[in-house]
Design a protein around this ligand. Structure first.
Ligand code: FAD
Length: 364
C-alpha cells in the first residue's frame, strides 16, 4: 500500500492548480482523472478579464487574483519551456449609443482602477475591426492555452507517477479518522474533490448549490483580422495565431443540449459578424459544462462532519483567473497556516447541509 498526503480527484484547472501548489510544498500527491476532452477546462476560451460582464464592473478581487494568476502561468511556462500565456489588451467595443454614454459618464469616477487604460467614442483603426461607436481598452488580462497546459501537466504526471488516468469510484473510498483509503492500494491523509460540474453527483457535497451551466465556443479562420488584442462585443474573440480565433461563449441553463448546437453556431457567428466585416469560416465547435454556483463564488473547504474530505470547485466562468490564487489560499488553509476567505468558504452553505440532513439525506 502506498501512502500519500493528498488524493485529488479531477485534473481540470482546479485539480491541476491545487496539485501543483501542494507538490511545490513538498507533499506527496496522487491525482485521479478521467480523461474528458469536453471538460470545462479543455473547452474554455482561456480568457482572464479584470473588467467584464453586462455591468462592465471590476471583477471580484481582480487586483489580487490577476497578478497571482499571471505569475503562476509564467512559472509553469518556465518549467515546461513552452508558452501558455499571452498578456493581451481586451478591446471592449460599445454595443449602442446608450452603452457608450453610460460608460463614458462613469469613466470620470475611475471605477475600474487602472485596468481601463483608454475609453473613448473613437478608437484608432484596427485591421478588420468595426470600431464603430468606440470602446474601452482593458489591460492586465490575457489568454491562457488551458488545454495545452493541462496536457503538459498530465504527460508529466503520468510519467512521474503522481497522476493516473482513471475514474474515481466512490464505492472504493473508506474514510477513517485522520486517514482515507481508496481500494486496496491507496492510503492518504486527505481527499480533495475537484470534479467540476460532476460534483453534483458527489455524495459528500451534493447539498452544495452547484448549478452547472453549458457553454459552446467556435474556432474560426478570419484572415486579415487584427490579432493585437482580444475583441469583446457580446462575445469574446481570442486570437490564436495565423488568422485563427476562438469565439465564445454561449450560456445555457438546464435542460442541456446533447452535443453541439446549430443555435450556438449561429449566435456566435452573428456576434463575430458584428465586430468585423471580413469573411470568416468556422473550423471547429466545442461544448462543455461550467461548474457555476448560485452566488458566483467558488466552493472551497471541508465537509461539515468529515474533515478528511474537502472540495475545491465552483469556478464558474472564471477558473483561469481564480484557480491559481485560490489554490495557494486553500493550500495554506490545509496546512493550518491561514483562513479561507469567507466568500469562498463552503461554511457559508452549512445550513443547507443541516437542512439536507434533517430531511433524511445526504447519505454517505
Ligand atoms: C464554453 C466555455 C468557455 C469558457 N471560457 C472560459 C474563459 O474564457 N475563461 C475562464 O476563466 N473560464 C472559462 N470557462 C470556465 C472554466 O472552464 C472553468 O471555470 C474551469 O475550467 C473549471 O475547472 P474544473 O477543474 O473545476 O472543472 P473541469 O475542467 O470540468 O475538470 C474536472 C475534471 O474532473 C474529472 N472528473 C470528474 N469526475 C471524475 C471522477 N469520478 N473520476 C475521475 N475524474 C473525474 C473530469 O474528467 C475533469 O477532467 C469556460 C467554460 C466553458 C464551458
Amino acid at each position: 500500500m502506498t501512502t500519500w498526503d493528498y488524493l485529488i480527484v479531477g485534473h481540470g484547472l482546479a485539480g491541476a492548480t491545487l496539485s501543483v501548489e501542494l507538490r511545490r510544498r513538498g507533499y506527496r500527491v496522487l491525482v485521479l482523472d478521467r480523461p474528458q476532452p469536453d471538460s470545462a477546462s479543455n473547452v474554455a476560451a482561456g480568457l482572464m478579464n479584470p473588467v467584464a460582464g453586462k455591468r462592465f464592473a471590476l471583477a471580484w478581487r481582480a487586483a489580487d487574483l490577476l497578478p497571482a494568476a499571471l505569475a503562476y502561468y509564467r512559472e509553469l511556462e518556465q518549467h515546461f519551456g513552452a508558452t501558455f500565456l499571452w498578456e493581451l489588451p481586451i478591446l471592449k467595443l460599445f454595443s449602442s449609443v446608450e452603452e457608450q454614454n453610460t460608460l463614458l459618464a462613469r469613466s470620470a469616477d475611475h471605477p475600474w482602477q487602472n485596468f481601463v487604460e483608454e475609453i473613448s467614442g473613437t478608437l484608432p483603426e484596427k485591421p478588420g475591426v468595426n470600431t464603430g461607436l468606440g470602446g474601452a481598452r482593458i489591460r492586465g488580462g490575457g489568454y491562457v492555452a488551458v488545454r495545452e497546459l493541462l496536457a503538459a501537466l498530465t504527460r508529466e504526471g503520468l510519467a512521474e507517477g503522481w497522476l493516473r488516468s482513471e475514474t474515481f469510484d466512490p464505492q472504493q473510498l473508506v474514510v477513517h479518522a485522520a486517514e482515507v483509503r481508496y481500494g486496496e492500494a491507496v492510503r492518504a491523509r486527505h481527499v480533495v474533490f475537484c470534479e467540476g460540474a460532476a460534483a453534483t453527483q458527489n455524495a459528500y457535497f451534493s447539498w452544495l448549490p452547484l448549478t452547472p451551466n453549458q457553454g459552446e465556443v467556435l474556432d474560426v479562420q478570419c484572415d486579415g483580422l487584427s490579432e493585437a488584442q482580444v475583441l469583446n462585443k457580446g462575445a469574446y474573440v481570442v486570437p490564436l495565431g495565423e488568422g485563427c480565433f476562438r469565439v465564445g461563449a454561449t450560456y445555457r441553463w438546464p435542460p442541456f443540449a446533447a452535443g453541439l448546437t446549430e443555435e450556438a453556431r449561429t449566435e456566435l457567428s452573428q456576434r463575430l459578424a458584428a465586430m468585423t466585416s471580413l469573411p470568416f469560416r468556422v473550423t471547429g465547435q466545442r461544448a462543455g459544462v461550467r461548474p457555476a454556483v448560485r452566488d458566483r463564488k467558488p466552493l472551497i473547504g471541508w465537509h461539515p462532519e468529515t474533515p478528511e474530505v474537502s472540495i475545491f470547485n465552483g469556478f464558474g466562468s472564471k477558473g483561469v483567473m481564480l484557480a491559481p490564487r485560490l489554490a495557494v489560499l486553500f493550500a495554506d488553509a490545509l496546512e493550518g497556516r491561514g483562513e479561507l476567505w469567507p466568500e469562498v468558504n463552503i461554511l457559508r452553505y452549512y445550513p443547507l447541509y443541516q437542512a439536507a440532513r434533517s430531511a433524511g439525506g445526504p447519505s454517505l
